[in-house]
Design a binder for this molecule. Structure first.
Ligand code: ZN
Ligand code: ZN
Length: 327
């Protein structure tokens, strides 16, 4: 099978490999759709940790083609999506209800072979059945939607709140829909105006250039770009008493300048948001029911053999979701 294996910084290699066999408790899926994520780009640049050599791709869905010993929850031909994050269930954090902060966290597509391949072995416990009628491409969005649901928990939006989302990429547009569902009135800040129409179609009250955002104006600010200027701006545009969520994945080592006195004077609550604790099955329902619309977020589709071009399009910043699709 063809697989895109991350070997070392700057080296993602297309390799012909044997199709892996599912072990006890595992299933083999034929990958049908896999989303390209900012995290993949960060890993390749050496800006985010991983365990190479490893097949990247952690947002994916496919068809079950083989069942490992002892698996009773799935059968061949089932359509599934994958929760890539695997917890140890034995460390301090797992024992205290914060499984996503697990000290021994590993993830498919980061530390264990993932979805940028024709086939992928997945522990049965990490797979979720796709509701009938939803496409594999939509199924590949369950993981990012699950992460955005965690972001929403951290944001604590109340109905009527003025919410700013900094970044109108696929993550920003998922957060937009969830913030609207929570009753927020959402302003999306996005420098590329070509992305504004979709943001409006998906419920944005206003779309603005970053420099047009008013200061001291928002009850909730969600940074969804992972860039220095937006992190810094998230503090200045927050109203007194606001909550600020730094959702976007900033490159490791990046620094931002904020004025602690402003955080003190406004009594801001600043929260991070990390992966998807107990949000996956809700994400399946939201995507499956169409309550969160994900198909319009796909701007480009590539076959796996064109993964390098797909990554280049992703990194241009002009695309929305870039999806690797197989037939
Ligand atoms: Zn991702
Ligand atoms: Zn743990």
């Amino acid at each position: 099978m063809l697989a895109a294996r991350f070997m070392d910084v700057g080296d993602l290699r297309l390799i012909e490999e044997d199709v892996p066999k599912p072990g006890p408790g595992e299933i083999l899926i034929k990958v049908k759709a896999a989303g390209v994520c900012g995290t993949d780009a960060h890993i390749i640049k050496g800006e985010s940790s991983s365990t190479p050599p490893v097949i990247l791709g952690h947002e994916y869905a496919g068809e079950v083609v083989e069942i490992g010993e002892g698996v009773t929850s799935f059968k061949v031909n089932d359509r599934v999506c994958v929760d890539p994050n695997i917890f140890c269930h034995t460390c301090y954090y797992c024992h205290n209800g914060n499984i996503h902060l697990c000290l021994n966290l590993t993830a498919l597509g980061v530390d264990i072979d993932g979805g940028f391949a024709e086939y992928s072995v997945v522990p049965a416990a990490q797979a979720h059945l796709l509701p009938p009628g939803i496409s594999y491409a939509a199924g590949a969005f369950v993981e990012p939607v699950a992460c955005c649901l965690r972001g929403l928990e951290q944001a604590q939006i109340r109905p009527g709140d003025e919410v700013a989302i900094l970044g109108g990429g696929p993550i920003g547009l998922i957060l937009l829909q969830l913030a609207r569902a929570a009753g927020g009135r959402v302003t999306v800040s996005e420098p590329i105006q070509a992305k504004w129409d979709l943001a409006k179609e998906l419920g944005a009250e206003r779309t603005v250039l970053p420099e047009e955002l008013p200061v001291d104006a928002f009850d909730v600010v969600i940074e969804a770009a992972g860039v220095k200027a937006a992190i810094e701006q998230s503090i200045t545009i927050a109203r007194r008493g606001a909550s600020v969520v730094w959702f976007g994945v900033s490159p490791q080592g990046m620094r931002a300048e904020i004025e602690p006195h402003e955080v003190y004077r406004k009594e801001l609550r600043i929260a991070g948001s990390f992966i998807n604790p107990f949000t996956n099955s809700r994400a399946v329902k939201l995507v499956g029911s169409g309550a969160v619309r994900v198909e319009p977020l796909i701007s480009h589709r590539f076959p796996l053999k064109d993964i390098h071009e797909a990554l280049a399009v992703h990194s241009s910043g002009k695309a929305n979701k870039v999806m690797i699709i197989s037939d």
